[in-house]
Design a protein around this ligand. Structure first.
Ligand code: F6R
Length: 608
């Protein structure tokens, strides 16, 4: 969480930092701030509660100084409330610092360095700044190394030292940082979006290394004795700035919902060879799929929901256990994982701290790990044994949409390849499965044409404080995601239940006109789900039913029916995902809320 950026070079640093922060705002939007090293080598601070637009206005009002070097931060509050004082950058003596992460031993350090009474904010980050100032004796590398040795927790820091005007130092542990030396100057940031306007070439700052940025050079130093220079591995971004702009859509979320068919094709098509899924270009050997006796899927939030779908698709075919666990639980359990376990971790950002910790734990237990990740070069991608990149392009809206679909596409391809190489699918069956997956793409396109219809039916949902999502089997797995999407951007209390479980307690909550969004696309439990819908309808629920085009629905069963294209049972998730995302989107728009940046959330969850 928290977006950070540093710039030094010939251009207007204030403009570059503020524009960069606008692009990073999805990482946190409690407050924003910049520190500029002016042409007279003075440091000026500008910080404001609220969004980057507030900070921009504030900088304009105060006629922020001309500068060619500076650092900027957009905050997702962890330690200390949302106040101007707690906003970054933090200034302590000769040090100005921004931080992404959590310093866990900040309390001990406060005592050890006798900082009580000096602290202006309630943040762990200011403690790090003050400690750094105390240990700094004119050698930034030595001071940063000493600081790193003292700190527990996670951090990405950018630091300016008063006696080093025009230079920026950065160091990270766990929290992400990327950097680049471009024709327009040197940049370091928590995310690529801040770098893309200036370059397509970048490197991931290696853990526990220091990066020094001067206007025309970026050097990386190892923390070993005498700080030897390291040449980082350069990477190239395969998307451009258009992908990170709204391009005429009112919100990123709507744009990203509409990008799904394309993102699906980009993820699937390059991995088909002779009609079958093929991961040889990804360097994934078939032996990874044949050599395991069980699978654990570990992830958080929406990514975890893709695991729930994958289990329902994989287990019946593979006939091996497929467990799905929330990463923040997995990492503190003593999971039944061994060398014969394939652990699949799923993460859009590739930086979610709990998922990363779960991956590391799985590796400690000797499991083989495969990650499904969207952000190239991210920590999870780099640390897992094998990585399958999804090609969704940048996902900017905080609520995940296209990442969900492409994670599923990747998991379905893994399921198909695995079934084939384990002898559970004949070649024909595998080809058929893959063809059905590809047919999901036009089904999603068809669903998108119903956007106006869906916009019209959310009126009832937004009048209610609660909503329930029900379904059986795969339909239950989709419902979990539908409920998450609705609650996170419309603030309507939404819960998903396995339809058959309702009568064991939850049905007590069904009252007159409460919206129940029922999904009934699974043929083998269709009549059972219909019975459950009748039960809620009989108790006054307002039923919105998602069913196939061809399903026969009695009049009076539902108040609204959303028809989804007729695809094979296992693939209905793709058009259903579009429908559920549109319901959430229009509910948020209908309530006039901040669709792309809902309250209390951030896009990349790099704290526990
Ligand atoms: C919900 C959402 C989150 C993320 C979760 C994991 O819309 O976006 O639930 O899915 O925070 O993030 P990644 O996939 O980056 O690990």
């Amino acid at each position: 969480m928290c977006g950070i950026i540093g710039y030094t070079g010939p251009l207007d640093a204030r403009r570059i930092l503020l524009e960069g922060l606008s692009g990073l705002e999805y990482r946190g939007y409690d407050s924003a701030g910049i520190a500029l090293c002016t042409v007279n080598a003075d440091i000026e601070l500008y910080k404001k509660v609220g969004k980057v637009s507030n900070l921009k206005e504030y900088c304009d009002r105060r006629s922020a100084a001309a500068a060619h070097c500076g650092i900027g931060h957009t905050r997702w509050a962890t330690h200390g409330g949302v106040t101007d004082a707690n906003a970054h950058p933090h200034r302590a003596g000769r040090v100005t610092l921004i931080h992404n992460g959590i310093i866990e031993n900040y309390h001990d350090l406060t005592g050890r360095f006798r900082l009580e009474g000096q602290l202006i904010s309630q943040t762990d980050s200011e403690v790090a700044a003050r400690v750094l100032d105390q240990i700094y004796q004119g050698d930034p590398l030595a001071a940063l190394k000493e600081l790193a040795e003292m700190l527990e927790g996670s951090y990405g820091f950018c630091v300016m030292f008063d006696d080093q005007p025009g230079n920026i130092y950065a160091i990270r542990s766990v929290s992400p940082l990327v950097a680049s030396c471009t024709r327009s100057g040197s940049l370091v940031a928590s995310d690529l979006t801040a770098l893309i306007p200036y370059t397509r070439e970048y490197f991931v700052v290696p853990e526990n290394h220091i990066v020094k940025l001067t206007p025309y050079k970026v050097n990386v130093y190892s923390l070993e004795e005498d700080f030897p220079r390291v040449v980082p591995e350069m990477m190239c971004v395969n998307w451009n700035m258009d992908a990170a702009m709204k391009n005429g859509y009112p919100h990123f979320m709507l744009k990203e919902i509409h990008e799904q068919p394309e993102a699906m094709k980009n993820t699937i098509l390059p991995r088909i060879s002779r009609g079958l899924p093929d991961f040889s270009e990804d360097g994934i050997p078939d032996e990874l799929f044949t050599g395991c006796s069980q699978i654990h899927v570990v992830a958080c939030g929406t990514a975890m929901h893709t695991g729930m779908v994958a289990r329902a698709v994989m287990e019946p075919v593979l006939r091996i256990p497929v467990h799905v666990t929330i990463a923040s639980e997995f990492r503190y359990e003593d999971p039944l994982v061994d060398e014969k376990t394939l652990v699949i971790v799923i993460s859009q950002s590739g930086e979610t701290i709990d998922t990363l910790a779960a991956l590391r734990l799985a590796q400690e237990y000797g499991a083989r790990t495969l990650s499904i990740v969207n952000v190239k070069g991210s920590t999870i991608a780099r640390e897992s044994d094998f990585v399958l990149y999804t090609h969704a392009g940048p996902e900017i809206a905080v609520a995940s949409t296209k990442a969900y679909s492409v994670q599923l596409a990747a998991l379905y391809m893994v399921a198909c390849r695995m079934a084939y190489v384990r002898g559970k699918y004949s070649r024909e069956e595998a080809v058929r499965f893959l063809t059905d997956l590809l047919d999901s793409v036009p089904a999603m396109e068809t669903m998108l044409t119903q956007a106006d219809f869906i916009r019209g039916i959310v009126t009832h949902i937004i009048q209610s404080p609660d909503a329930f999502f029900i379904g059986r089997g795969l339909d239950y797995a989709f419902s979990l995601e539908g409920a998450l999407k609705l609650k996170e951007i419309s603030y309507i209390h939404a819960e998903a239940y396995a339809a058959g479980e309702l009568k064991h307690g939850t049905i007590a909550l069904i009252s007159d006109r409460v919206p129940v969004i029922a999904t009934a696309t699974q043929e083998h439990v269709f009549s059972k789900t219909i019975s459950n819908i009748r039960e809620v309808k009989a108790r006054g629920a307002y039923v919105i039913l998602l069913a196939r085009e061809s399903a026969v629905i009695d009049s009076g069963l539902a108040d609204v029916v959303i028809r989804i294209p007729d695809v094979d049972d296992r693939f209905t998730v793709f058009p259903i995902a579009v429908a559920l995302q549109l319901i959430a989107y229009y509910a948020s728009v209908g309530k006039n809320l901040d669709v792309d940046q809902p309250r209390n959330l951030a896009k990349s969850v790099t704290v526990e």
